[in-house]
Ligand binder design. Sequence first.
Ligand SMILES: [Zn+2]
Ligand SMILES: [Zn+2]
Length: 351
Amino acid sequence: MYAAVTYGTDDIRFETCDTPVPGPGEVRVKVKFSGICGSDVPRVNKGAAHMYPMIFGHEFSGVVDAVGEGVTARSVGDRVVGVPLVPCLDCPDCARGDYALCTRYSFIGSRRQGSFAEYIVLPQKNVFPLDPGISFEKGALFEPATIGLHALFHTDFRGGKDAVVIGCGTVGLFTIQWLRIMGARRIAAVNRSREKLKLAGKMGASDLISTLDEDYMEQLAALTGGRGFDYVFDASGSEEMMQQDFLLGANKAKICMIGTPARDMTFPPRIWKKINWREMSVTGTWMSYSAPFPGPEWEMTSACLKNGSLVCDDAVIDRVLPLKDAADAFALYKIPGEIKGRVLLNCEITG
Ligand SMILES: [Zn+2]
Ligand SMILES: [Zn+2]
């Protein structure tokens, strides 16, 4: 088969390798589309991976084309999307359904071979049915969509409340969509780029606030008459923004960190004390799993992609490139502002 194999920093090669064979309990999927996740970029461009050579990629759609011994849940011909976490299913965290907290886990496309390839082999539990009413392109966006929904579930989000989403990358835009679907009263979107904010508006954000405006915090405060937001979802991963989060919460607000920082952060007492004075709950989420595996996040994403309430159009997909151009695709991430959504690799080899 053909695959895009990464050998080290800036060294991703389109080449032939052995087609994997499914073992007991495993299925082989012929990959249709595979998305480039923000987490894949440093794996290819910055040497930040567990091992090389490696086939990365964990957000994908495809068709089951072979099954191993004892596979009962899936059949050849099934349309599926990948479920990248491979939890041990045996530890106390897994027993509670907190699969993302499992420490004896594996992960498709980082700890085992991923989907930047014509074929991928994975446990039968790690494929989720893709309804015939949902295109394979949209299927490749399935996993990042579940991450935004998990954050709403984790904070026990209820409609009719005011929410602010910091960061309008793929996960931020999906979080905005879930807030719309679940009936948030107000959805403020915060981002530097006005172009991304426009997308946030298309996704359902009611107020678009650019951090390029010097008075953006005042603008945000004015939206709730100074009361603050009931829910703050931070999908920015930006230290500058995360430092402001506590200033945005209302009394009893829930502040949920979806993105992760890369550098040290300091909080002056005037910001930190807001957590005390307003009795805010600060929490974080990791991936998108709950019981029964992979979780209701995945069922609801399927339902909302099918009924059209969850939009996965050009606003979310930046461009689609053939798998053979994987190196060019990763080079695009070095051009500031070039990539505005998910880049999908078309893994079907033609000609
Ligand atoms: Zn991802
Ligand atoms: Zn476990």
